[in-house]
Write a protein that binds this ligand. Structure first.
Ligand code: NAP
Length: 280
């Protein structure tokens, strides 16, 4: 589709940005819906973030996604911040309002939950305890989503114990912090395991954990999507547990942004997954 002078504009700000899958993902939906619009990578250095965000209304942008390292530092720059972004402490999606103001939200929690809702059909949030590994930005979104879905018990483990304690304190919920060294035992009878650490990612150390004590019906979800099948997912499947990979969350978190900027609610289809995978 060629662009007219009325084309709607959005993009993703990060530093660096060349690794981002978002232009490919939104580009797929723009073509699918024959939208007169563009979604572009925007390399923005940290010291230029405020300037770049403030320029969006005058450049005619409908909004942007934010990725590393901007998600936390964008929060005080926004004119309005949604409750979920404030609780998570990070903005990943920005909308420019009709009067030129910036509204920041975070779609990682809803993307995480939507991915599980559609791909872990046998799991209900109220079924039992969930274990979350990690206490970084992704963990904050996951824990917020699990609290909001009424998961009865969340066991949180992180290499740096104090970070897990501060996450648990700031997101009030049924969260118990457990020592990282006790991760095998922490899985006892849990019905959901989510890895939000970088362990198992390409060029990172493996995640060392025994899954034997997990409930037989447990779901294992790895947020890492490079590789798509991590050693954690491989081992979980070998032991007969159902697995959910991290690509689905990435695709689902993009839906509200696309809908807000371009006016069409897009589908997360098998063809989209394939298109993004072949570009990764
Ligand atoms: P982050 O804020 O930097 O957090 C990194 C986490 O990994 C921390 O909990 C950190 O523990 C832990 N970690 C790092 N090295 C470790 C090691 N050697 N041993 C044990 N733990 C270690 O990163 P993030 O933004 O939360 O992202 C985390 C992962 O989730 C990445 O792989 C990212 O690609 C993925 N992710 C996926 C999606 C998706 O849509 N699928 C969305 C967001 C993120 P410490 O606190 O001790 O440093």
């Amino acid at each position: 589709m060629s662009l007219s002078g009325h084309a709607k504009l959005a993009g993703v700000m990060g530093w660096p940005i060349s690794h981002s899958l978002s232009p490919r993902l939104h580009g797929y939906w723009l073509r699918e819906h024959e939208i007169d619009g563009a979604y572009v990578p925007l390399p923005v250095a940290p010291n230029n973030l405020e300037h770049a965000l403030r320029a969006l209304p005058s450049l005619g942008f409908s909004g942007v996604n934010l990725t590393v390292p901007h998600k936390e530092s964008a929060l005080p720059i926004m004119d309005t911040v949604t409750d979920i972004a404030r609780r998570i402490g990070a903005v990943n999606t920005v909308f420019v309002t009709d009067d030129g103001k910036l509204t920041g939200t975070n779609t990682d929690a809803s993307g995480f939950m939507e991915n599980l809702r559609l791909n872990a059909l046998a799991w209900l949030p109220t079924d039992g305890a969930a274990v979350v590994l990690g206490a970084g930005g992704a963990a904050r979104a996951v824990v917020a989503a699990l609290i909001d879905a009424n998961v009865p018990e969340i066991r949180l483990l992180n290499r740096t114990f104090e970070k897990a304690v501060s996450l648990a304190e700031s997101l009030e919920g049924p969260t118990k912090v457990i020592d990282w060294a006790d991760r095998d035992e922490a899985l006892s009878d849990a019905v959901l395991l989510v890895n939000t650490t970088i362990l198992g990612m390409v060029n990172q150390p493996p995640l060392e954990i025994s899954l034997k004590l997990l409930s037989k019906t447990a779901i294992v979800n790895d947020l890492v999507y490079a590789p798509l099948e991590t050693e954690l997912l491989f081992e979980a499947r070998r032991l007969g547990r159902q697995t959910v990979d991290g690509l689905g969350m990435l695709l689902h978190q993009a839906v509200p942004g696309f809908e807000g900027w371009f006016g069409v609610r897009p589908d997360v289809s098998a063809e989209l997954r394939q298109s993004v995978l072949t570009s990764a």
